[in-house]
Design a protein around this ligand. Structure first.
Ligand SMILES: Cc1ncc(C[n+]2csc(CCOP(=O)(O)OP(=O)(O)O)c2C)c(N)n1
Ligand SMILES: [Mg+2]
Length: 201
């Protein structure tokens, strides 16, 4: 395989997210705006999902708060590479707090797909997984193939400490998959799933 072939992503984002969440049990999922929200909804909308329809750059910090408040549950944050770069400093904050149940999955298409596929940092030599390592993550992996994804699944669910995995995916269009958009409804649904029906009274 040539260097050019190797650098062209082959994984489809919907398949990657569906695989990661296949055996999620009671794991929680926080998503960044746009396509990562659609990926997670496509894998199965449920009360354990909390979608951020805005707040670009904030998803990792929301996920860290949930992880610290729910130490018995695995908390996944699915973010785009653009979102992750906007909130890149949040990785340092995660490393400082070191929640042992937080897993960040960067769906890295090297573009801002949602707004028209403008080229982003990750396609210009910026390595998000290297930033995670540099700030102190003890598990940070780059995934380019289905086999590499299988190799990290256990780590994503079981690593004792924050995990970041960057998954290089294609820019191929995916089918529309729109979950509920109503913020108060999503908040109440998520809270009830964690704390019971009386929690918001
Ligand atoms: C503060 C802010 N700046 C810009 C936008 C516009 N915007 C919405 S989604 C998006 C691109 C997100 O890219 P990425 O996180 O990589 O997700 P992708 O669609 O590529 O999967 C942008 C720039 C926004 N919503 N908020
Ligand atoms: Mg992107």
């Amino acid at each position: 395989m040539t260097a050019t072939e190797q650098s062209k992503p082959v994984l489809r984002r919907r398949e990657v997210v569906a695989r990661i969440l296949r055996d999620r049990k009671d794991a929680l999922a926080i998503t960044s705006l746009g396509n990562p929200t659609f990926d997670v909804a496509s894998a199965g909308d449920c009360a354990q999902n909390f979608y951020l329809w805005g707040a670009m750059g904030g998803a990792v910090m929301v996920g860290m708060g949930v992880a610290l408040a729910q130490p018995e549950k695995r908390v996944f944050v699915f973010v785009g590479d653009g979102e992750m770069m906007m909130g890149i400093g949040s990785l340092a904050t995660v490393a400082c707090h070191c929640p042992n149940n937080l897993t960040i999955v960067v769906i890295d298409n090297e573009h801002y797909a949602e707004t028209g596929m403008q080229p982003a940092h990750a396609g210009r030599g910026v390595s998000i997984t290297s930033v995670a390592t540099a700030v102190g993550f003890t598990a940070s992996h780059l995934v380019r193939t289905a086999a590499q994804l299988e190799d990290v699944i256990d780590t994503l669910y079981k690593h004792d400490g924050p995990v970041l995995v960057g998954v290089k995916v294609t820019t191929d269009p995916e089918p529309t998959s729109l979950p509920p958009r109503d913020g108060p409804y999503l908040r109440s649904r998520f809270r009830e799933a964690l704390m019971g029906a009386e929690s918001h009274r």
